[in-house]
Design a protein around this ligand. Structure first.
Ligand code: ATP
Ligand code: MG
Ligand code: FE
Length: 349
């Protein structure tokens, strides 16, 4: 099966072609991505209407580029997958509309994919794919969750953030320090030159006894510290960035270890944009090596949003016989869609 995947939930337009043979892990044949970061940077964040319009401009040229790179033609595509949610409604509608139009024109079925399931399964695109079951640490711009994953569609949320996501904590703290959007990469780059012990910042819910997270208080502490520094902020920015990153990573690593201990599992998968963070990878690798736990990450360029993970999730769903693609081309999107509301067995409507 050749599966075309289209991602348009936020500020990245991604298209990819994956081949599923049935038994093995599906393989990525080609993918293309356009990030709108430059466009939104002037506003300090994503402007939904601009995002939708840009997806419209990009999605077909990217699709053509992917087909050309793969050496296949659209007529050979067996299933068209798209991100059904969660995300920005207008942005989602572009991918859904194009996927269904393509499906109808080609006479091929379509499949709506859960964006977070895409992130979650993205490590299967790496050279060292994981095996079920595993603990998953999903750390993206909008979500922070620890999960027990027993198979495709079998997700149990063990804990999640009660306010901001980890990526949001990076982004908002970076903004307070005057760094460019998106703040995660900028803040972690600056942190390389700073002292992580320079400022004492809170590790919210570290000892809460459960697997939930909270990052809103940390952001407030960073703001208070920045204000206190006043004119000295510029000179101490790298130290503040390093201390902020250390606090976020510390909580993520410790809670991940607790999840591993509580589930008794020997494998953890990290997914989502924050999974690209170097300190997180270093500390998690070190901690897991001690416990003989295996850690899997998506490839660096597939941590943030992309079409490959959407095509991959669709392929794995179809391959595990859990879901059939639909031929009625009546699309809908789900801007809000909790991952554990996703059923293992999804019947076509
Ligand atoms: P969601 O998937 O929850 O809907 P999203 O799609 O916006 O949200 P992703 O694309 O997975 O999220 O990730 C983007 C987030 O990752 C941003 O918050 C960004 O700052 C963060 N991020 C990216 N690279 C890094 C890094 N190296 N260090 C820390 N954070 C990073
Ligand atoms: Mg993004
Ligand atoms: Fe995402």
């Amino acid at each position: 099966l050749l599966i075309l995947g289209i991602e348009s939930s936020c500020d990245e337009t991604g298209v990819a072609l994956v081949r599923s043979t049935g038994a093995d892990v599906p393989t990525l044949l080609a993918h293309a991505l356009h990030s709108q970061i430059d466009m939104h940077q002037a506003y300090g964040g994503v402007v939904p209407e601009l995002a939708s319009r840009d997806h419209i401009r990009r999605v077909l040229p990217l699709t053509q580029a992917v087909m050309a790179e793969s050496g296949h033609t659209l007529a050979e595509v067996d299933v068209v997958a798209y991100t059904r949610g969660p995300g920005l409604a207008g942005a989602l509608l572009v991918g859904a509309g194009v996927a269904c139009a393509l499906g109808a024109a080609l006479g091929k079925p379509v499949l709506g994919v859960h964006h977070l399931e895409g992130h979650l399964l993205s490590p299967f695109l790496s050279a060292d794919p994981p095996e079920f079951p595993f603990v998953a640490l999903l750390v993206s711009g909008g979500h922070t969750q620890l999960m027990r994953v027993d198979g495709v569609g079998r997700y149990e949320i063990l804990g999640e953030t009660i306010d901001d996501a980890a990526g949001e904590a990076f982004d908002k703290s970076a903004k307070l320090m005057g760094l460019s959007y998106p703040g995660g990469p900028a803040l972690s780059r600056l942190a390389e030159q700073g002292d992580p012990l320079a400022f004492k910042l809170p590790r919210p819910l570290l000892h809460s006894g459960n697997l939930d997270f909270s990052f809103a208080g940390l952001k407030t502490a960073v703001m208070t510290q920045a204000k206190k520094l006043g004119d000295d902020l510029e000179a101490r920015k790298a130290d503040l960035a390093a201390s902020t990153q250390a606090a976020i990573v510390d909580v993520l690593v410790k809670k991940s270890l607790t999840a591993l201990r509580e589930t008794g599992l020997q494998r953890i998968v990290v997914a989502g944009g924050v999974g690209a963070n170097r300190l997180l990878r270093e500390q998690l690798n070190a901690a897991c090596a001690k416990q003989r736990v295996r850690v899997h990450y998506p490839e660096l360029h597939l941590c943030t949003d992309n079409g490959a993970m959407i095509a991959m999730a669709a392929a794995m769903r179809l391959q595990s016989g859990q879901q059939q693609a639909r031929c009625d081309y009546a699309f809908d999107v789900k801007p809000r869609w909790p991952l554990d509301a996703l059923e293992a067995q999804q019947a076509p409507r």
